[in-house]
Design a protein around this ligand. Structure first.
Ligand code: KG4
Ligand code: ZN
Length: 338
């Protein structure tokens, strides 16, 4: 079939990314991670916009060079319209519009949350593709959602977080234990050598398929304060058990909601995405559920789980095939639901 080259741009949060796809294959997927936020313990929006502005042109050049594609060969430009930080989205949106105008090729707007889900359709060895309908759970530092996916562009959000995202729950808990940002991977590392039942934390009571993680953070805060008053070295002496217990509670919350979603929909195909999908605990829980409950689970390559332009590119390609192009008047949308 015809080779269509799509350039994709992602700038919704703190990573500037550009990718080149040839149909469903990713030829390059360059991500410039903004290290500046580490010292602040979280993403600082003003600094993120500025870093995107500095990174965007070099990142696009690198993506084209790595794919060995000249910009004149491009068929369309896809970009993240939202949801995300407005100042960050504006950089990618304006850049994509200008380049599409300059090259006189179609412009394609992409919803970041749809992209996390449709990343499963990137053609890649060792990566299976779910069949419709399936359930998608997107878990990252910015999002926590369970979505019923009927078709590429027919999705229904069944539940989402009412407060913090699951990655934030990991990161904020880690911060309370004095671990550096982002703490999720460190909690995972320590948890592997700790006792998950050492310190029980309450699970929130949230109806239906919505999530809440802010209460967990508060109970960890009180727990750490109380124990530290008795023993100033409590956290460092028990870091593995605390991490294992915190992670266990978070995984219980996620698995409970997945089970409920499966009961409600009768769909047993689960596709996971977002940075927290890297967690070794969630991965083994899902493998276990395949054995014990007959689920089929899909986790993309890690580089397609975290924020990246490859996932924007696959949506771009799917929309390109259907002629779903954006107008040059299109504006970034900080709140943009599926
Ligand atoms: O998708 P991502 O790179 O960026 C967002 O869109 O947020 O996700 C980053 C989040 C952070 O909260 C980070 O702590 C978490 O994913 N994370 C993990 C692990 N690796 C990354 N959380 C738990 N266990 C991990 N192994
Ligand atoms: Zn994301």
């Amino acid at each position: 079939s015809k080779k269509n080259y799509i350039l994709a741009i992602e700038s919704s949060c703190d990573d500037t990314s550009a990718a080149v796809l040839c149909n469903t294959k990713v030829l390059s997927n360059v991500v410039a991670t903004q290290e500046i936020h580490k010292q602040y313990g979280g993403v600082v929006p003003e600094l993120a916009s500025r870093a995107h502005q500095q990174n965007i042109v070099p990142v696009v050049h690198q993506a084209l060079a790595k794919a060995n594609i000249d910009k004149k060969q491009l068929s369309a430009i896809a970009f993240t319209r939202g949801p995300g930080l407005m100042g960050s989205l504006l950089v990618g949106t304006s850049f994509a519009k200008s380049l599409a105008l300059g090259l006189n090729i179609p412009l394609i707007e992409v919803n970041h949350m749809e992209a996390h889900i449709l990343a499963h359709f990137i053609e890649e060895e060792d990566m299976g593709t779910p069949e419709f309908p399936f359930l998608a759970m997107t878990i990252s530092g910015g999002h926590t959602q369970i979505v019923r996916v009927n078709d590429y562009f027919n999705m229904e959000v069944l539940g989402e977080t009412l407060d913090d995202a699951v990655g934030e729950a990991f990161d904020k808990s880690a911060k309370l234990m004095g671990l550096p940002y982002p703490g999720g991977p460190l909690v995972d590392k320590y948890a592997q050598e700790g006792n998950p039942k050492a310190f029980p934390f309450p699970k929130p009571k949230v109806d239906g398929l919505n999530f809440s993680f802010s209460g967990l953070k508060t109970s960890i805060l009180y727990f750490v304060q109380r124990e530290t008053r008795k023993n100033p070295d409590f956290v460092s002496e028990n870091i593995k058990d605390i991490c294992a217990s915190v992670q266990h509670t978070i995984l219980e919350i996620l698995m409970d909601k997945l089970k409920l979603a499966i009961n409600q929909t009768g769909i047993k195909q689960i596709a996971i995405g977002g940075g927290v999908a890297a967690n070794s605990g969630i991965r083994s829980r899902l493998k276990e559920a395949e054995q014990t409950m007959g689920w089929t689970t899909y986790i993309p390559k890690f580089s397609y789980c975290t924020d990246n332009a490859g996932m924007i590119g696959i949506v771009g390609y799917l929309k390109f095939l259907e002629g779903k192009f954006a107008d040059q008047k299109v504006a970034a949308k900080a709140r943009y639901t599926i």
